[in-house]
Ligand binder design. Structure first.
Ligand SMILES: [Ca+2]
Ligand SMILES: [Ca+2]
Length: 358
């Protein structure tokens, strides 16, 4: 009786299929050839992102391709077609890796609204991924910030009174200067002061321990701060304690109804490092819409301003990171001495009228 020996091997072939063969040496060849083909495609990650017009999305689009046996298929070709919105992709096709994943970078089109992208495999099966593009105007200034701040105000509209209820349009402001003595130069300012005591539709939270209003540039916290933190409006300034992060959540003024604004900006005092001070903007679903940096101080006054305005009310929350080190009785800013410890505090907040989230 003749013994057969079988050899098996996998050979990649052009077109994304694999040839699986078994055969025998000698006279009695038995060959079973099964071509593995791209059969189905699904979206792994990257669907439903929010981005800015003309900008690449933060995350690549990743799809997963299976063969007819339901196994991940390497070297399959995925063809990308912008279906709506006029954006672009970093390549017309991409190939799956050993895990069956293919990815592409997707840049949003020129208009605010929905964008969609199709990824297809050779048999015509396809997936459609969606994204939403927003337009944003960023105002960034240091030195004499008066004109840029006024331009930012103009983008948002007229100043509304500090009253409860949703106004038709316009803007709100907080300059801290009217905060009563009971909440000044101590750690007692309630996070909801500007939605309850003086209704302006914002509630503050922080991973730190408290908020502090100062009318003396925080020299009562640390005498070494003398001359570091100047003001833009009048003397009172704002900062968190125990953290450089302040989250600002928007509500219809004086209510618990979550709200959205078109934009938000802040004046900062003593931004010493180019990367220490940012505002991040989030939509109601928690998507990061944009991150802006406050520029490093450029003159003796030491003020900076940064703000962003979107095409419609889409901002549910902003996260302010003011410097990299919180104020503290025993910690000094050392940037002017060549160090990297940058303490930054805030003056005026300027933002769009909070509109009830639909
Ligand atoms: Ca002030
Ligand atoms: Ca500083």
């Amino acid at each position: 009786m003749q013994q057969r020996s079988y050899a098996r091997w996998l050979a990649p072939v052009v077109g994304g299929a694999l040839l699986l063969s078994s055969g025998a040496c000698g006279d009695n060849n038995v060959v079973n050839a099964v071509v593995l083909t791209a059969t189905s495609i699904t979206v792994s990650t990257g669907d439903g992102q929010v981005g800015l017009v003309g900008q690449p999305l933060a995350q690549p689009i990743v799809v997963h391709v299976l063969d007819q046996n339901g196994a991940s298929l390497a070297n399959a070709v995925v063809t990308w077609t912008v279906a709506f919105g006029g954006g672009s992709v970093s390549a017309a096709t991409s190939q799956t890796d050993l895990n069956g994943n293919a990815s592409i970078n997707w840049t949003m089109g020129p208009a605010a609204g929905a964008d969609s992208l199709r990824g297809a495999i050779a048999n015509g099966a396809s997936v459609t991924v969606s994204a939403t593009a927003h337009t944003v105007q960023i105002t960034s200034a240091t030195g004499d910030i008066t004109i840029p701040v006024n331009n930012f105000r103009t983008l948002l509209g007229t100043l509304n009174a500090n009253v409860a209820g949703e106004q038709a349009g316009g803007r709100r402001e907080i300059n801290w200067d009217g905060v009563p003595a009971a909440f000044t130069n101590n750690d007692l300012l309630p996070g909801n002061f500007f939605n309850v005591n003086s209704p302006r539709g914002v509630v503050f939270t922080t991973p730190g321990s408290a908020f502090r209003i100062s009318d003396n540039g925080y020299v009562d916290v640390n005498a070494n701060y003398a001359g570091e933190f100047n003001f833009f409006s009048r003397a009172k300034l704002f900062t968190a304690r125990g953290s450089t992060v302040t989250d600002v959540q928007f509500f219809v003024a004086g209510s618990n109804t979550p709200a959205l604004v078109t934009g938000f900006g802040s004046v900062f005092a003593d931004v010493g490092l180019e990367t220490s001070t940012t505002i991040e903007y989030f939509d109601a679903a928690g998507h990061l819409l944009a991150t802006v940096k406050a520029p490093r101080r450029s003159d003796a006054a030491g003020l900076s301003f940064v703000g962003a305005v979107f095409e419609s009310p889409i901002v549910a929350r902003v996260r302010i990171t003011s410097g990299n080190t919180p104020i503290d009785a025993t910690v000094d800013d050392n940037v002017s001495a060549g160090g990297n410890r940058d303490i930054v505090v805030m003056d005026d907040f300027i933002y769009g009228e909070p509109h009830a989230a639909k």
